[in-house]
Design a protein around this ligand. Sequence first.
Ligand SMILES: *[C@@H]1O[C@H](CO)[C@@H](O)[C@H](O)[C@H]1NC(C)=O
Ligand SMILES: *[C@@H]1O[C@H](CO)[C@@H](O)[C@H](O)[C@H]1NC(C)=O
Ligand SMILES: *[C@@H]1O[C@H](CO)[C@@H](O)[C@H](O)[C@H]1NC(C)=O
Ligand SMILES: *[C@@H]1O[C@H](CO)[C@@H](O)[C@H](O)[C@H]1NC(C)=O
Ligand SMILES: [Zn+2]
Ligand SMILES: [Zn+2]
Length: 348
Amino acid sequence: MHKLSIKTRLSRVKWTKAVLIVTVIVFVFILRKRVIMKLRSQKVEKLIYTNILLAVRKMQGHKRFIPADKFTLKHLPERYQDKDLYEYIKIISNQTVRVSVTMTTPHRPDVWPKTTQPYPFHNMSNRRNLRTGSGRVKFINKYIDGFKQNGIIGRTDSALCWCKKCQDSDSPSNVWWEFYVHTATHVVFDDIEASHTTLRLFYDKDDSPVVSVDKVSLVGANIEYDSCVLKSVTCDKTLGEKLTIISEKYVNIWEKITNKYNDPGREYTLNFIVSHPHGCAKQISIGQRKYELHVYGGTKYTYTTSTCPGSSGANVLFVGYNDTWRFDVVHSGSLKSGLNYSGVGVFY
Ligand SMILES: *[C@@H]1O[C@H](CO)[C@@H](O)[C@H](O)[C@H]1NC(C)=O
Ligand SMILES: *[C@@H]1O[C@H](CO)[C@@H](O)[C@H](O)[C@H]1NC(C)=O
Ligand SMILES: *[C@@H]1O[C@H](CO)[C@@H](O)[C@H](O)[C@H]1NC(C)=O
Ligand SMILES: *[C@@H]1O[C@H](CO)[C@@H](O)[C@H](O)[C@H]1NC(C)=O
Ligand SMILES: [Zn+2]
Ligand SMILES: [Zn+2]
């Protein structure tokens, strides 16, 4: 061991002290930085958490919406926990589409017919905007060279596929499918709006693959009934066949349900709606039918079933109605009392 002078020793002690202090400072600095970073990430976490909380709270406001892919038999009131009914709702869900409209026609009236109630989106200063609603694919036909192959209702004036892709092509497909979509007139008002409409199909959850059609025409619209029928076209074989299978399943299950819930006394009050509230992924809501209002020579229904903006145009379905000869009714609006109401259904 070397013999060190006191001076050297002292300086060494000082040196060690200095190193220690520096180390401590560095350590504290790192620690502080870590703490700050931790606090910062906690802040971020908190922010995210607050957002999640907000979202959850929002969803709690929407608690009577069931995401379509999470729908189970148990979501039905006990009395209605029936496998056929469950299948029926799922098929209706499969037929439900989101309706997006990027144009508002100048032809909307200022008030609902024979009322002073303002009509939605009348007189919009900005006509190019995005609105969404809901709808349901009901009938589908397959055509080859203009000849109908199957399907119940409908005809075509076309000899070749008229989808956008084919219209821009030198060799349009000679095989195509045309399908009818029911929505509300206050969602798609006329030809102008129909030509700016896109339908998104099978949007069951946030990450569902995008399946959409952008060639839509107006078949008919009734302002009083708030009932609008659109026609769309596709030559996509996968889509055409999928919709055909769903349509066939629907016919089968509809027959079963109509026979099972034969209810002339109107005892069954179940009502359900499948829609795209706020343009989000498909949601199922279950509620009760309340009153019938006899207007415009038909029937409007009120119900307690949850709806939000974006649900308009969705089919409003009941059981126990033998509705072969009735127009399906669509969700039309909400009353001040909180009850939601449909467009008008007409019995032939
Ligand atoms: C039909 O809907 C059910 C539940 O809503 C879903 O699980 C199923 O994948 C859908 N089928 C099609 C063909 O979209
Ligand atoms: C709405 O229409 C009225 C008359 O039809 C017009 O005076 C008014 O400026 C319009 N408002 C907007 C926002 O376009
Ligand atoms: C439903 O109504 C149609 C037409 O009135 C009738 O032919 C059919 O038998 C009815 N079905 C049931 C289950 O009541
Ligand atoms: C009508 O729908 C709204 C929105 O989802 C809902 O809050 C309300 O409770 C519904 N009406 C009734 C009477 O339940
Ligand atoms: Zn085509
Ligand atoms: Zn909402």
